[in-house]
Write a protein that binds this ligand. Structure first.
Ligand SMILES: [Zn+2]
Length: 677
């Protein structure tokens, strides 16, 4: 029987619509769950919505609908978003479901029957926002947690003997250092518990929208006891059904409760105390991530700078968002989100690094080996560089696993991408396109080894990155001719598994490069949304005139005048200024049929991709140009060559008697779209 793995997101409170912060937590869990499935674990991934409490009751009243109508609507939005994002959850629990209600009442009964609940009365200040009794005196005194005005209440409550668990909890944190992660959160929790725990009121008589206390329905159960119990009720706790009981026995305790740092206390103090009181085993670890800031400030309703995940996935796709969040944010710490950083990361790591590795490797195997994986000789035409790539790949597999298991997603992906960088360099150094020009047997064997090495490294990166970016890696896997990636077992992954003769699938680009208009589109989408929702303050980044795209059209005919050529043939600076030259990057290249000298190129110039027909085929193999930065005159009138429209001119030196072209380039790295002047 395979080992089980049970992971949960927090259940999201339905007083707000889903935003990118929720998506971040859910993506992290999804990636962990996917990797566990690839390792062969019997994985159960739970998410859901928290739907009770006074805040919901009041929001619904303000909106003129019933609490159930409100929660149905928002829970539907969460579920709909996860489905669009291809989140691989196994179950979605709502705390208004009968199975949850039944389980929570069973939890209450067990804790009570074990002697940890007593009836008492409370009078003091209550914070509706935090659903907490707080230490504050006087009507309207500010809540020490959130600063909002508190309400004075006096009511009879059931109390949980939390104070009795102080020593047991401290012992738990000490004996199981991995129970709370990361370390900083563990230290905070320990300090909080050492400061002393007071008994916790776990029922309310002032609220109707909740689960009634068993045998005393005037009371409803405190929202946190209700909400936290979802982790058990979703997998069958409290059900009379035998199958449900077996399911609970199989998956409980949870392996990972993933949470945001703002709910650490509830999960790390109250939840284990409730479980111990009920006589249930404790989760293996509670992992708290940091906050996602928007351009360095906390996203909040009042700032109006909450970004929706939909905006990003509509424009760049699910994997772009997933990769950015997992790669850019150091897990556990606060991370910053911005559209600029997102597009930059996407273009450099996915469109350039991985995308170019895939497209040129697969294109060359298609061209030189009729789309079949070549045979790499272990002796003939072998160089130390080939073995170095194999060693780098083995090292990447090992470090990826240990970093990922330690929740260091960013560093794990960095390890995988160090292999991508090494292979891209290997391809440039070994020039397979030049080797392919030679006809002898040794060169043919050499070419086979180079392309096998590149394809094998690509396969390994694809398998490693699948949990993080599932959609694009599934496509690369198919293009490698390997079928359905979800059937691949990561435990088997090692160098040299590609089979000679494997027929590649249909090769096509997986990561189209994002241009500047992608940022503008996302900003506009967010702006429209904030306008339609009439948020009080719109974020600076999405208001005001949006930067205009530099004009890339042919300028109007120049008026005659001082710019006319002088008698000695020199031109004025104004004449030169009419020529618009920009840095472009080659995305695709192929020979033009029936024309020995011509290549058809697709060149990204920062704002768009242009088709260019250039007479450089005698000097450059098409594959050698992919990813290369070139200089283009972008404001020439289009012209047709062999029936193909050329929409720019590539700048090259003409060398020797034959006038062989040598492309202009740069010693320093220059951004695509930069103007030469
Ligand atoms: Zn508060």
């Amino acid at each position: 029987m395979p080992s089980k793995f049970y992971i949960t997101t927090p259940i999201y409170y339905v007083n707000a619509r889903p935003h990118i912060g929720h998506a971040y937590t859910t993506i992290a869990c999804d990636a962990i769950a996917r990797r566990q499935r690839m390792l062969g674990s019997d994985t159960f991934f739970l998410t859901g919505t928290d739907e009770h409490g006074q805040k919901i009751e009041r929001s619904a009243a303000e909106a003129g609908i019933t609490p159930q109508q409100l929660t149905d609507r928002i829970a539907g939005e969460f579920r709909g978003l996860w489905d669009r994002m291809n989140i691989s959850y196994d179950d979605f629990i709502r705390t208004t479901e009968p199975r949850h209600k039944r389980g929570v009442q069973e939890m209450f009964r067990r804790i009570r029957d074990n002697g940890h609940i007593y009836k008492g009365s409370y009078s003091g200040q209550y914070c509706v926002f935090d659903e907490l009794y707080v230490d504050a005196t006087g009507a309207g005194a500010p809540c020490p947690e959130c600063g909002r005005p508190t309400e004075t209440v006096k009511e009879e409550n059931y109390f949980f003997k939390l104070s009795a668990f102080e020593d047991t909890l401290l012992k738990l944190y000490t004996e199981r250092p991995d129970f709370i992660r990361p370390e900083t959160r563990r230290n905070e929790v320990m300090a909080f518990v050492r400061g002393g725990l007071r008994d916790l009121s776990i029922s309310r008589t002032t609220i109707k929208w909740g689960i009634p206390v068993p045998d005393d329905p005037r009371h409803v159960i405190y929202v946190w006891l209700d909400a936290l119990s979802n982790y058990c009720t979703a997998i069958g706790f409290g059900s009379p059904d035998k199958k449900d009981q077996q399911k609970f026995a199989r998956y409980w305790p949870a392996d990972v409760h993933m949470i945001g740092k703002e709910i650490v206390r509830f999960h790390c103090v109250y939840w284990p105390a409730f479980l111990m009181a009920a006589g249930l085993p404790l989760p293996k670890s509670i992992v708290a991530h940091g906050w996602l800031l928007f351009e360095e400030s906390k996203m909040s309703k009042s700032r109006g700078n909450i970004v929706r995940a939909e905006t990003v996935i509509d424009v760049l796709g699910n994997d772009a968002l997933r990769y950015f969040l997992l790669r850019e944010v150091v897990f556990g710490q606060d991370g910053s989100f911005s559209f600029d950083a997102l597009v930059q990361r996407y273009n450099s790591d996915l469109a350039n690094d991985l995308g170019n590795l895939a497209s040129r490797t697969l294109a060359m195997i298609t061209r030189y080996f009729r789309g079949e994986m070549p045979y790499p000789s272990s002796v003939v035409s072998r160089t130390p560089a080939d073995d170095a790539i194999a060693r780098t790949a083995e090292a990447a597999i090992a470090s990826y696993a240990s970093l990922w298991d330690d929740f260091q997603f960013s560093r794990a992906l960095e390890a995988a991408w160090s292999l991508v960088a090494a292979v891209n360099k290997y391809i440039v150094d070994n020039e397979p396109w030049a080797v392919a020009e030679k006809d002898d047997e040794g060169s043919r064997a050499r070419l086979a080894t180079i392309l096998y090495t590149a394809a094998e490294a690509l396969r390994i990166v694809t398998a490693l990155a699948h949990a993080a970016i599932p959609e694009s890696t599934a496509r690369i896997w198919e293009q490698l001719g390997l079928g359905d990636i979800s059937r691949f077992r990561l435990t088997d992954l090692k160098w040299g598994q590609s089979q000679h003769g494997t027929k590649l699938g249909k090769v096509e680009p997986v990561f189209p490069r994002a241009d500047k208009s992608a940022i503008e589109r996302m900003q506009q989408m967010e702006q429209q949304r904030t306008t339609t929702q009439a948020a009080p303050i719109a974020p600076a980044a999405t208001t005001g005139p949006s930067p205009t795209t530099p004009a890339m059209v042919t300028p109007a005919p120049a008026a005659p005048g001082p710019a006319a050529a002088a008698a000695d043939g020199r031109i004025s600076i104004d004449d030169f200024a009419k020529v618009e030259m920009r840095v472009g990057q080659v995305k695709a290249a192929e020979k033009v049929k029936g024309a020995d000298k011509l290549l058809r190129l697709e060149v990204d110039i920062g704002t768009e991709v242009r088709q260019v027909v250039a007479g450089i085929a005698e000097a450059y193999a098409p594959e050698s140009l992919i990813g290369r930065k070139v200089v283009l005159v972008v404001n020439l009138q289009p012209r047709k060559l062999r029936g193909l429209e050329s929409n720019a001119m590539i700048v090259a030196a003409s060398v020797g008697d034959k006038g062989l072209p040598v492309l202009a380039g740069f010693l320093e790295d220059v951004p695509v779209g930069a103007r030469l002047k």
